[in-house]
Design a protein around this ligand. Structure first.
Ligand code: HEM
Length: 217
């Protein structure tokens, strides 16, 4: 069976590292909301663990970018490159994901429009987390109280959006019957040609043309 590489080893390790840190931060962040946690020793440790997570969540992408800046740039560029097919995808997606005819979906590139939206939420949400988290950790008492309060609100609202997007990502990747090769591809890096063609038709054609060019050289 024809198999195509979708995620490199580095991308897969990076993905699972981010997933683990995301959980750690989500859990420690939620703990801070429990009435008996914020003060005292437990509160101190919870905050410390949350901040250590933040160091990884900022540091890991920063190191990745340093070593793979072209791929990192492509990651951003692809997310913000939209065309007519993306609007068609948005229109057809509800029907498709609830079992409608797959032929109604326009052919997609390496990532589909839903993944573009997920990337955008990661990039923008990550930026808000970074700025508000930085202010709350390092500039407490220096910035006016109103600024601190706004950071808190923004941080929490962004978390609500992030967790919503994550649950959608999780459900699609793990449970959705139409994404049956998705989860495995995040472990072994590959998808079948049939899957690539049906889910990412434009990307599949690109990979095939590249292979044809190479074999004719
Ligand atoms: C247990 C948690 C998670 C699971 C089970 C999971 C599952 C997956 C799967 C199956 C894919 C492959 C999608 C495909 O190509 O069909 C994927 C891709 C991806 N995931 Fe996750 N994921 C998890 C957590 C996260 C988190 C926390 C983030 C970021 C905050 C994230 C960001 C991404 C990104 C950026 C991609 C690549 C799609 C792209 O290139 O835009 N994932 N994930």
């Amino acid at each position: 069976m024809e198999m195509i590489e979708r995620y490199t080893r580095a991308a897969r390790w990076f993905h699972w590292l981010i997933a683990i840190v995301f959980f750690e931060m989500a859990l420690s962040g939620l703990l801070i909301f429990l009435p008996w946690v914020p003060s005292g020793t437990i509160g101190m440790w919870t905050r410390l663990i949350h901040r250590i997570g933040a160091v990884f969540l900022v540091g890991a992408p920063a190191i990745f970018m340093l070593f793979a800046w072209q791929r990192s740039w492509d990651f951003i560029k692809e997310a913000f490159t939209w065309g007519k097919e993306d609007l068609e995808w948005l229109r057809a997606a509800p029907g498709y994901y609830f079992g409608g005819d797959p032929r109604m979906m326009p052919p997609q590139g390496y990532i589909n429009t839903g993944m573009k939206l997920y990337r955008i939420s990661i990039i923008l949400g990550g930026g808000v987390f970074l700025i508000t988290g930085f202010i709350m950790t390092f500039l407490r008492g220096i910035v006016p109280p109103a600024v601190f309060q706004w950071c808190l609100v923004l941080h929490d609202v962004t978390f609500i959006v992030a967790i919503g997007m994550f649950l959608l990502h999780f459900q699609l990747g793990v449970f959705h019957p139409r994404m049956d090769e998705s989860l495995l591809s995040m472990f072994d890096g590959k998808v079948s040609g049939v899957y690539a063609k049906s889910h990412h038709g434009k990307w599949y054609d690109g990979v095939n043309n590249r292979d044809d060019d190479n074999s004719s050289e």
